[in-house]
Design a protein around this ligand. Sequence first.
Ligand code: FES
Length: 218
Amino acid sequence: MSVADVDRRDEIGAFAAAHGASLAFLQQGDPSLSQELTRLADAGAAQIVLVGVSSGPLAPALSWLRRIAAYWWRERAGSRPEILVATRLLDGPDGFAGATADARPITGGEPGLTSGAWEDVTGHRHQVMLCRGPRCTAKGAVDGVRGMVMAMIEHELGDDDVLLVHTGCQFPCNQAPVISVQPDDVWYGHVDAEVATRIVTEHFVGGVPVQSHRLERK
Ligand code: FES
């Protein structure tokens, strides 16, 4: 479900394979949910059951699994399989049977992918680039991201205040995990959960960058 779950590809994929299932990603990872649904449908699947897997607070609401699947289902021309969506996230290795047993079918009446609330660019003051390139990911970028999200929740900062954007490599990989803050043009290195929390408190709320982890800008 979340960007962070892409890092768990091997673990979740092995679990899926052990249960006769396949793996797809709601965001950033490949294959996407839509790609995998198309593959299964083209292979002749008559019924597909979707079970969401998530690593905590970084995931979108479970309703998005249903919403994205419904969009694919409506768009699918010709024959299409029945799709059922579990009503709860998989909460552990023993929960697979229970999650699939509670799955409810897509009807086509689910909300679409647009909303009046998503028409305009937000009024954010900061755009924060969170590097999820290979070096930063290997050095624990997800911990900093999680720390930042939790601190933003604590300070009640939303998309209108700080817009978080996951990126590929931003180049100063030796300083991984890296984040950069625009339009301030402030770059940070070695961002763990504690540093991320300080960045939220001191920089975003207090207006003063965290000098101890700031990278020199040439
Ligand atoms: S992988 Fe993050 S800066 Fe290169």
